[in-house]
Design a protein around this ligand. Structure first.
Ligand code: PBG
Length: 327
């Protein structure tokens, strides 16, 4: 293979040629929109560190879900912010809790036209902000937390979620949730396992998004950024425990992990482009330092190229609108 017989530039000559020869293209159906609902709001509340993202009211959340359906977006991932928090995260297991009500409201709005996913985790519901309950020494107690996750999962399924997303990185969480769902008759509700979730600085803006009370960090349960092989162990365990889909999170600093997981996973692989990834691009674009639309498209395409079948991104609706208009 040598010059001048080979001139790779030939396939780059026109937009039509580049479009035809593209190896990857984005599709709205593979995008999932993460969305926040806050209890007791009368107007949606902008999240300062995530310009363009809101803490929704019930009405604006339902509208966002309906718009996602219109745009052909694949799914929505719901996070709830309760008015009251306690040490055990009781609002998470309350059938009338903010997240469970939001699931039911969104399901009533869109039915089965959008895959409704919900966060199975305690950090939005606890007054200390950790993803599980604490033992006498202030350490997150894995097995006590699992029992609560099982009850949360059943309430979310009862409210109408199609897919549950345990994001707390407790050992055994997928098995316990699967068993609880099956025992309650929810055999057809899926689990998307946050299999390889790293302790990341890029979750920063999410703390504002959910008014987190967290002091300290999540390094005793989320993965260490120094580890690559360990991600495969986490995926294998979650598959054995019955995960229907697996996720890598964050996305952009972990594209090698995503490629590794995509190479071995027999189930669909998701990646979550998280709050800090969103904030970085929005901030640079707002300063005129990068071209916003091109940066968004390139970042999401990179996540797809690395092997994601499903991409959670706060730009899901906007990207879907761009994809629609370019057709
Ligand atoms: C935990 C959870 C977090 C995110 C999703 N689920 C926060 C964390 O682990 O600290 C982060 C998502 C984002 O940053 O966009 N319930």
């Amino acid at each position: 293979m040598s010059f001048p017989q080979h001139r790779p530039r030939r396939l780059r000559t026109t937009p039509a040629m580049r479009r035809m020869t593209a190896e990857y293209r984005l599709d709205p159906a593979e995008l999932v929109l993460p969305a926040f609902i806050r209890e007791g709001l009368s107007e949606p509340n902008p999240i300062t560190s995530m310009p363009g993202v809101l803490q929704h009211t019930t009405d604006t959340l339902k509208r966002a879900a309906a718009e996602a359906v219109e745009l052909g977006v694949g799914g929505i991932m719901l996070f709830g912010i309760p008015a009251e928090r306690d040490a055990a995260g009781s609002a998470g297991t309350d059938p009338d809790g903010v997240l469970n009500k939001a699931i039911a409201d969104v399901r009533a709005e869109v039915g089965d036209d959008l895959v409704i996913m919900s966060d199975v985790c305690l950090d939005e519901f606890t007054d200390h902000g950790h993803c599980g309950v604490l033992d006498a020494n202030g350490v997150v107690d894995n097995d006590t937390t699992l029992e609560i996750y099982g009850r949360m999962a059943v309430e979310q399924a009862r409210a109408g979620a199609h897919v549950l997303g345990p994001s707390g990185m407790m050992d055994g969480q997928v098995a316990v949730i699967r068993q609880a769902l099956d025992e309650a008759g929810f055999q057809d509700v899926s689990v998307i396992a946050y299999a390889a979730k790293y302790a990341s600085a890029f979750y920063g803006p999410f703390r504002e998004a959910v008014d987190s009370q967290l002091k300290g960090d999540r390094r005793t349960y989320q993965m260490d950024a120094a580890n690559r092989r360990e991600a495969l162990l986490e995926v294998e365990l979650d598959l054995e425990e019955g995960a229907d889909m697996v996720m890598v999170k964050p996305a952009m600093s972990y594209l090698d992990i995503l490629a590794d997981v995509a190479a071995m996973s027999p189930v669909p692989v998701a990646a979550y482009q998280i709050s800090g990834e969103y904030a970085m691009i929005e901030a640079a674009a707002a300063n005129g330092w990068i071209d916003r639309r091109r940066a968004i498209e390139e970042s999401v395409l990179g996540i797809k190229r690395a092997g994601a079948n499903i991409i959670l991104t706060y730009w899901a609706a906007e990207l879907a609108a761009w994809l629609k208009e370019s057709k």
